[in-house]
Design a binder for this molecule. Structure first.
Ligand code: NAP
Length: 309
């Protein structure tokens, strides 16, 4: 294939979806490059424990990501710490511009994942790294034996709360509704650990001096405001798609900014595919891997036709 291009396939983003796409691309015979702005693994690096990835009863997110990188690197070239700035669609090929150079390719998989949603309250930006965190496994250690709150009611929030409790933090979970969204299994674990839950409550402000000293909590049911003395605030209220490239390229997205794909992971643009969390839906590592494999396989099939044109 290849002809005038540097690569048959460039995969943007090296989370579980991107690494799998890279591996499947090379194994099907495509000259493939994976480009990643940070390090391999994406948000899965932050998962304290993964218990539902088949073949592993329990594995740390970072450990799983490392294993995936080790395996993928046996096949595919992965460039870390190289952010893709834009992708120019040309008559036949596409040019991928990174902060270090540019590459000509015949096809692209976008697997740029998601980023943490921000609370958007006073003090959040200012105390970033000084008591505000979006990742318990990264920062939890600094808060051992200290009072912390976890904000959110989904799988991530409960996992973060369990992790922090387990390493010895004094944990309170604060959730805006009266019931959790997290899976039942996690909820049961949470009950057993005795993590205190503040229901129907939101954080209105984060206060402190050099570091966080407390939060202003609003109880929506009782309609009262109080101040909770905490030293750590772990925000875990979901994710947003990292879709700047999709916007720049004119890829079709849904109303929440996730890329729309068909069952072969094709986007509305020819030879442009998307895989993993950036496509929304069931955001699980196992799904991301599957989508990466499907995207690379679709690219291979389409490039076979492309090369005979
Ligand atoms: P999520 O499922 O979207 O949950 C976000 C939580 O934050 C919800 O409880 C939501 O409240 C709350 N929230 C959203 N915006 C808020 C705001 N502005 N203020 C206060 N609270 C707010 O997100 P997630 O937990 O990060 O999970 C993302 C995806 O990854 C999900 O598909 C999840 O299943 C998956 N995941 C799975 C596991 C696992 O172990 N299986 C672990 C981590 C993540 P409401 O409930 O009221 O909407």
């Amino acid at each position: 294939m290849k002809k005038g291009a540097d690569y048959d396939l460039i995969v943007v983003g090296a989370g579980p979806a991107g690494m799998t796409a890279g591996m499947y691309g090379v194994r099907s015979g495509l000259e493939t490059l994976v480009v990643e702005k940070g390090i391999c693994g994406g948000l899965s690096n932050e998962a304290p424990e993964i218990e539902n990835y088949p073949g592993f009863k329990k594995v740390g997110g970072m450990e799983l990501a490392e294993k995936m990188k080790e395996q993928a690197s046996e096949y595919v070239e992965i460039k870390e710490l190289e952010a893709v700035k834009r992708i120019e669609l040309m008559e036949k090929e596409m040019r991928v511009f990174t902060e270090k150079g540019s590459y000509l390719t015949n096809a692209v998989v976008i697997s740029t994942g998601t980023k943490h949603r921000r609370l958007g309250v006073k003090g959040e930006e200012g105390f970033l790294g000084r008591g505000i965190s979006y990742c318990a496994t990264c920062d939890g250690f600094f808060f051992r034996d200290k009072p912390v709150i976890v904000v959110g009611g989904g799988d991530s929030a409960v996992r973060e709360a369990l992790y922090l409790r387990n390493i010895g933090c004094e944990v309170t979970l604060i959730h805006r509704r009266g019931e959790l969204r997290a899976e039942r299994y996690l909820q049961k674990n949470l009950e057993e650990t005795g993590v205190h839950i503040l229901w129907n409550s939101v954080v209105k402000e984060i206060k402190g001096d050099k570091a966080v000293r407390g939060v202003v909590r609003y109880d929506k049911k009782k309609e009262i405001e109080d101040e909770l003395p905490v030293e750590g605030v772990f925000v875990s209220i979901g994710e947003e798609p990292v879709n700047e490239l999709a916007v720049q390229m004119g890829i079709m997205m849904d109303k929440n900014g996730y890329i729309i794909v068909d069952k072969s992971q094709r986007t509305n643009l020819e030879r442009v595919y998307a895989a993993g969390d950036i496509t929304g839906g069931v955001r699980q590592v196992v799904v991301a891997c599957a989508e990466g494999a499907i995207a690379a396989t679709a690219a291979y099939n389409d490039l076979l036709e492309f090369s005979v044109k």
